[in-house]
Structure formats: C-alpha cells, structure tokens
Design a binder for this molecule. Structure first.
Ligand SMILES: [Zn+2]
Length: 63
C-alpha cells in the first residue's frame, strides 16, 4: 500500500491541494527543501538554489 501522494499536501481547512516543494524555475523539476544551516530550496537536477528570505515582523523603531 504505497502512497504516491507524498509530494502533495491536502489542506482540510480550506479544501485545497498544494505542492509541498517548490518547482525549479530553471528546469521545472521539484526542488528539495533544506532548513539547515540556511533555509533554502535546492534542485538536484541542475543545481539551482533559492534561499528563503526570513521576513521580519513587528519591527519596532526607536522614538
Ligand atoms: Zn533545476
């Protein structure tokens, strides 16, 4: 009983299916997601790497 739907994630709350991993803008294959040491997506086919920009929220300014 092997599942072939591991690449996809079903959101029960919104009822939508989305792809877990990103697709490579270069060759279009599914990229691998790495969290260490830096969060990024990496394509094993062509070697394309895309870093995830950590978005700062709630920035506080002085005075
Ligand atoms: Zn690629």
């Amino acid at each position: 009983m092997a599942s072939v739907h591991k690449l996809y994630e079903f959101d029960y709350s919104s009822g939508t299916i989305k792809l877990k991993n990103r697709k490579c803008p270069r060759c279009g294959s599914v990229m691998a997601h790495h969290k260490q040491p830096e969060e990024r997506y990496h394509c094993g086919k062509c070697g394309y790497t895309e870093f995830v920009r950590a978005r700062r929220k709630g920035s506080r300014g002085k005075g």
